[in-house]
Ligand binder design. Structure first.
Ligand code: AMP
Ligand code: GLY
Length: 424
């Protein structure tokens, strides 16, 4: 079978590599892909939210399954587009329809959903410019730090965590009255600050049955010791020592089951990944957010740990018989360290030649923001490459990643040297 993967990051390179190992997968196309996917699949230079171009790609290349990497095409309704089209409606899409994608597309919706189905999460209220004064009052009932979230998608920038009440009030006004994050912040969720340590839990569901995939910890801040600006993610580790069986059982009972049941009760037929970002506060899970896709860079440690055929799980999603499928996971630890362009997550340059990655032996270099220019691999984004390694321990895996990174070069390359610092 031929498969189309939508997206262009390290996550999509990891999907491509894993699916290329399946005997049941013939050709893989990636749209638009990167220099890494170009080596092992066929890149198609289209925008994943250009559905007419996606349709043409599917029909021209005899594609029989579509795997959606990022949230944007899902929130824009790519799955609904397929179901409404006579030529495409029998082609399975791994990724929810628009209704399910609202779990990520609207924080207000996802908070209401959690409250309705008893999923543990921070106390919250939502505000618009119409009830701004009530927003100020609600802020006054909370203890600092104050958490303000733009309701809609804001390219990962829509969450503000503020220490002073005055600042929180000013930012709330900026968000709802002056559209600080555009239309995305015309509604703002204000919620209690959650203490604890964060974990990413990944669930794959066919709408009825589900599988819990390996969980991971992501390092979101640009600076060592978790300081500085938020990024898309600077590194990840799987498994996570504190996410032991007892904790993951709690997550399954208190979060995963009510989520899957809630989707069914709401009449949302959900086929795809649910990425649950949660806080572990003294052994108790509390959900920070849902995403409707895999995490990046978490995918670069989660998928390499899966030893069995990933396509088989996707086939189970497509045919709604995921309960008949099984998968195996290595007990080894996987770590990934993200190489980023100097200046990221603020201003940075593209087009820098990358060298040395072909010679690394004990790691996998997943390409993220890379492209090919004049036969050379050059940087094409803020997050450039994720270097993944295995070890019996976190330390052993990290040592391999950092040794491999010593061989890779591009102008103004930056990375965190302390991934896993809080787990070791
Ligand atoms: P989000 O875009 O919802 O993932 O939020 C970005 C980051 O802000 C999360 O990964 C958390 O680190 C942090 N965050 C969000 N909500 C809360 C909260 N209620 N309490 C503490 N930290 C939070
Ligand atoms: N690494 C976090 C995310 O993918 O949203």
């Amino acid at each position: 079978m031929n498969i189309l993967i939508l997206g262009s990051g390290g996550r999509e390179h990891a999907f491509t590599l894993k699916l290329s190992e399946s005997k049941k997968v013939n050709q893989i196309f990636v749209a638009p892909g990167n220099a890494g996917t170009d080596k092992i699949a066929t890149n198609i230079n289209i925008n994943p939210t250009d559905f007419a171009a996606v349709k043409q790609t599917v029909l021209e290349n005899d594609i029989k399954m579509v795997v959606v990497g990022p949230e944007a095409p899902l929130v824009a309704g790519v799955h609904d587009f397929f179901l409404a089209d006579n030529d495409l409606k029998y082609i399975p899409v791994i990724g929810p329809k628009k209704d399910g994608a609202t779990l990520e597309g609207s924080k207000d919706f996802s908070k209401q959903f959690m409250q309705k189905y008893g999923v543990p999460t921070a106390r919250y209220q939502s505000f618009t410019k119409e009830n701004l004064t009530e927003g100020f009052t609600f802020l006054g009932t909370l203890a600092p730090p104050y958490v303000l979230k733009a309701d809609g998608l804001a390219a990962g920038k829509g969450v503000l965590i503020l220490n002073s009440l005055e600042e929180a009030k000013a930012e709330l006004k900026e968000m709802v009255s002056n559209q600080k994050f555009g239309e995305a912040s015309s509604t703002v969720v204000i919620e209690e600050f959650l203490k604890g340590i964060e974990l990413s839990v990944f669930v794959l569901t066919d709408g009825k049955n589900y599988k819990i995939l390996p969980s991971a910890k992501d390092y979101k801040r640009i600076g060592e010791g978790d300081t500085g600006l938020n990024t898309g993610g600077m590194g990840a580790i799987s498994p996570v020592p504190f996410a032991d069986d007892a904790f993951l059982n709690k997550v399954e009972e208190l979060v995963v089951k009510p989520t899957i049941e809630g989707l069914q009760k709401d009449g949302i037929d959900y086929k795809g990944f649910i990425f649950i970002g949660l806080m572990n506060d003294n052994g108790n899970p509390s959900v920070v957010e849902y995403n409707v896709r895999m995490g990046d860079p978490e995918t670069e440690v989660v998928l390499p740990r899966i030893e069995s055929d990933l396509f088989d799980l996707f086939d189970g999603v497509a045919n709604q018989n995921l309960d008949k499928k099984s998968f195996s996971v290595t007990s080894k630890t996987a770590t990934t360290v993200m190489l980023v362009a100097g200046g990221y997550p603020e201003v940075y340059q593209k087009g820098k030649e990358i060298s040395g990655f072909e010679t690394i032996e004990n790691s996998i270099a997943f390409h993220a923001g890379t492209t090919i220019k004049d036969d050379k691999v050059v940087t094409n984004g803020g997050r450039v490459m994720a270097v993944t390694s295995f070890g019996e321990t976190i330390e052993e895996a990290l040592e391999k990643s950092y040794k491999s990174i010593d061989k890779i070069h591009f102008d103004k390359m930056n990375y965190r040297k302390d991934i896993g610092f809080d787990l070791i």
